[in-house]
Design a protein around this ligand. Structure first.
Ligand code: ADP
Ligand code: MG
Length: 838
């Protein structure tokens, strides 16, 4: 059995909770605060800063701190949402650039990090902090994510957790989590009801309308504004404070006439404004003092009252209320239809928010009993208490919750022992030879030992060892392993139960069935999208089977692109996963292709297909597909390799085939979602160059054998000797697999061939195709006849006859080239599933 953390990995703040004595409890992190800013920084000497300490570093060097990285999780640089967020970030956007795979890279000091790596650093700090505090290990987590996150963002969230050394047992959507915290997933006998989750955080506003029925929870409508939140209020208040200070408003001293702002003034003013804003949620007036300001150490002292603050932010709040009404009207609901409104997110503590929502819904429907800052994390902890089984992320077999490893494939179901790179701080599985970010040597690093403490039983007070799951004396579930407390008999149950193991009473909350926000489907050959799983389906779903067809040959690459959305043509939708399969079936022409897909309980897509009636292929989907721009570049080079190997394998040395296959596999891995250690440009340029060099080596090798064989009588003794020597050298280099040396010799051979002239080359080429039987026998005979004439003329020194024979040979070469062209092996193609009936 393993302890599980509930984690709200927020844009602004992250919060951690666990189950203690049958109820969720928020855990203090970093210096006894109950939330940690989602900020990461790196000092000049490479030290890591996380949370509050990173935020404080902003004053000193804002280029070394990154915040709000959640906005970029699982996204591509070119996406509109990313560009819009960057537009709003001002100088802070200078950190961010496009990565080799079209994703986003964050630069902190000398290193570039992905949003997943930054999030993993945050999660890692949360995990190690609570472990050190409690003296117990948490190797699993339920992590929350916004309801509008698509497949790629959810997969990135999961990846961050795994990188941090946590097995992510569920990625739970935030409104559902809030509903769980409020106990709103209905017990068996309750009537259906509609709830609004109003979540106003630091930089985002999300509203969701939920519908619940017994054992069921449906996110019916989503709305909001990704770029509106508490920081906007801080900016407005800071601006107003500064304005009054500069113009002498208020009773307090005015800014000095010669005030020259210092670089950190704005950041410190905004921070003071944020603190004042928070105080104004509980007090009618508050004082703000910021000192020293400017180069000469001036002081700002102002008083703000709630009323004037609310006037500043009134338009913003009105907008959020507008989004809330819009979300309801989109599903033809009126505010009266809503039975409860859950307030979530730090900014929903602002009294004006509560006032405006009361006007719309009535005060009695607002749920403010759980602190809005902690609601989402608490729900994640509740979810951890409700899970009975786990789906394996590798093979999708379901195992009981207490399994250490998958019952199907033995993949671990607990987080990996993890070390932190001492140079760039990105976590890595213990035993990794080198850091994936900075390539620092990680061998020999071991995870820091945990100072395990005793865990006290809340029922009998017995002190249990840290690893114990049930009290060794009274068998009460211990904190962190606990399920829910029975509302009837008060017993704390083990995790994973939906009814009390003592008195059989059903719990008031149950794991809700969630539904998909968007449909997903397959991009067809004609560019249209064929939906596989519809929006609004609860999951796990059954297998959805769809008939397609494909037109191609053995060896072609079948490309399956999964897109999330319902727009036509398909490319307008988010590419959420892909799979490339080299057709092994011996087919030619049009065949039937059956694809089936389902969403498993953890919203992971299972996909299988079969061609004709051959075996089903289970697909491991690539969850980080390349953007189409990069994808088509990789595909082109990859196709080139596959075709080249198919056409020339018999002409190549073993060492050469091995090298080409190695690159081909790298390119294939990239298409399947692997990453490159260097940049993609570098990899592709290198692959292209090596392929071209290999081809000229193969060609020059053949030439240096063919000239001495077919036209020795037409060459000088010195040229003949050079060709022969080159041939021996190039063959030796090729056997060794030394492409560089072989290529240098190849260039010499080709230079000599150029020097000997095109006509001689055509003669050699025609004679070679005739002798090797590569042209029709009629043409072959004619070529060989002219070849004999040519030899006779050369031997007898008859230059006129020799020239006439060469010119006939040039014509025959043209004919041979035409014949050969028709025989070229068909190029290997990338094909896509075709819809049936067009
Ligand atoms: P996120 O979901 O974006 O991580 P949070 O839910 O943690 O955001 O909310 C953070 C925001 O809430 C910050 O802008 C903070 O200033 C604001 N906030 C926190 N407490 C209060 C309060 N009592 N009154 C007003 N605003 C608050
Ligand atoms: Mg939040």
């Amino acid at each position: 059995m393993h302890r599980t953390l509930g984690i709200d990995l927020g844009t602004t703040n992250s919060v951690v909770a666990w189950m203690k004595d049958g109820a969720p409890e928020v855990l203090p992190v970093a210096n006894d605060r109950f939330s940690m800013p989602s900020a990461v920084g790196v000092t000049e000497d490479g030290g890591l800063l996380v949370g509050q300490e990173a935020l404080r570093w902003l004053d000193r060097d804002s280029a070394r701190v990154v915040t709000s990285v959640k906005r970029f999780m699982g996204r591509k640089f070119g996406e509109a949402a990313v560009q819009e967020a960057l537009g709003r970030m001002g100088d802070a956007a200078a950190h961010l650039s496009e990565g080799g795979d079209g994703g986003i890279l964050v630069r902190l000091g000398p290193h570039h990090y992905t949003p997943v790596q930054i999030s993993a650093i945050i999660l890692r700090r949360l995990k190690t902090d609570v472990e050190a505090r409690l003296g117990v290990v948490f190797d699993r987590a339920v992590i929350t994510a916004p309801a509008y996150f698509g497949e790629r963002q959810l997969a990135a969230t999961r990846a961050a957790g795994e990188l941090a050394g946590l097995h992510v047992v569920r990625v739970l959507v935030e409104p559902t989590s809030a509903a769980l915290a409020h106990g709103l997933t209905r017990p068996q006998d309750a009537a259906p009801a509609t709830f609004v989750v109003y979540d106003l955080g630091g930089g985002t506003f999300d509203v969701s309308v939920l519908n619940t029925a017994p054992g069921y929870l449906d996110v019916m409508a989503l709305g909001g504004d990704n770029l509106l939140g508490g920081t906007d209020f801080d900016d407005l208040l800071a601006g107003s404070l500064k304005e009054r200070w500069r113009t002498g408003g208020g009773r307090h001293p005015q800014a000095p006439q010669d005030y020259v702002p210092a670089p950190s003034d704005d950041i410190r003013l905004r921070r003071a404004a944020e603190q004042a804003k928070i105080r104004l949620s509980g007090e009618a007036t508050t004082d703000v003092t910021v000192s020293p300001l400017g180069m000469d150490g001036a002081t700002l002292e102002q008083q703000v009252d709630r009323k004037s603050f609310e006037e500043l932010i009134a338009d913003h709040i009105a907008k959020t209320v507008g989004h809330t009404s819009d979300a309801l009207s989109r599903i033809d609901h009126l505010p009266e239809d809503v039975s409860q409104v859950l307030l979530v997110g730090g900014s929903s503590s602002i009294p004006l928010v509560r006032g405006k929502l009361s006007e719309l819904f009535g005060e009695d429907r607002l749920r403010t009993d759980i602190d809005p800052m902690f609601c989402v994390a608490l729900g994640a902890a509740v979810q951890s208490a409700l899970l009975e089984e786990l789906t394996c992320p590798e093979c999708h077999v379901v195992s009981p919750i207490d399994a250490d490893a998958c019952h199907g494939c033995e993949a671990p179901l607990v987080g990996a022992a993890t070390v932190d790179c001492p140079r760039c701080h990105v976590p890595a599985p213990a035993g990794s030879p080198a850091c994936q970010v900075c390539t620092d040597d990680l061998s020999g690093l071991a995870p820091p030992p945990l100072k395990a403490t005793v865990v006290e039983c809340s029922r009998c007070g017995e002190e249990n060892p840290a690893a114990a799951m049930l009290c060794t004396l009274c068998e009460e579930p211990l904190p962190g392993f606990a399920g829910l407390k029975c509302p009837g008999c008060g017993m704390v149950n083990s995790a994973g139960l939906s009814a009390c193991s003592h008195c059989d009473r059903e719990f008031a909350v149950s794991t809700p069935l969630e539904v998909t926000a968007l449909p997903f489907g397959i991009q067809q050959k004609d560019g249209t999208l064929r939906v596989l799983v519809e929006a609004g389906e609860s999951y796990p779903t059954d297998w959805h089977v769809k008939d397609f067809q494909l037109t191609g040959h053995k060896g072609d690459m079948l490309e399956i692109l999964l897109r999330e959305g319902d727009l036509q043509p398909a490319h307008l939708n988010d590419l959420c996963a892909s799979h490339t399969y080299e057709i092994e079936e011996d087919i030619a022409g049009t065949r039937s292709l059956v694809i089936r897909a389902r969403l498993n309980s953890d919203r992971i897509i299972d996909l299988e297909f079969r061609i004709d009636n051959a075996d089903w292929h289970a697909v491991k989907l690539n969850r980080n597909p390349l953007t189409s721009k990069f994808r088509s570049r990789v595909l082109n080079v990859h196709r080139d390799y596959v075709t080249y190997l198919a056409n020339w394998q018999h002409d190549l040395e073993q060492a050469e085939v091995r090298q080409l296959e190695e690159t081909e596999q790298k390119l294939r891995a990239l298409l399947a979602g692997g990453s490159t250690s260097g940049t993609l440009d570098h990899l592709l340029d290198d692959a292209r160059r090596r392929r071209e060099q290999q081809d000229s080596v193969r060609w020059a090798s053949a030439l240096s054998a063919l000239y001495p064989r077919y036209v020795p009588h037409l060459m000088s003794a010195a040229d003949l000797a050079t060709m022969r020597n080159n041939n021996a050298d190039i063959r030796a280099a090729r056997k060794e697999g030394d492409l560089q040396v072989a290529h240098t010799i190849a260039e010499e051979v080709i230079a000599l061939k150029d020097q000997l002239g095109d006509d001689l080359y055509r003669t050699v080429s025609a004679l070679a195709s005739a002798s090797q039987g590569r042209v029709s026998s009629a043409l072959g005979r004619r070529i060989l006849q002219v070849g004999n004439l040519l030899k006779e003329a050369a031997d007898s020194g008859n230059t006129a006859a020799r020239d006439a024979a060469i010119s006939r040979m040039v014509d025959l070469h043209k004919e041979a080239a035409r014949e050969l062209q028709q025989q070229d092996a068909p190029e290997r193609q990338t094909i896509r599933p075709e819809g049936i009936n067009g």
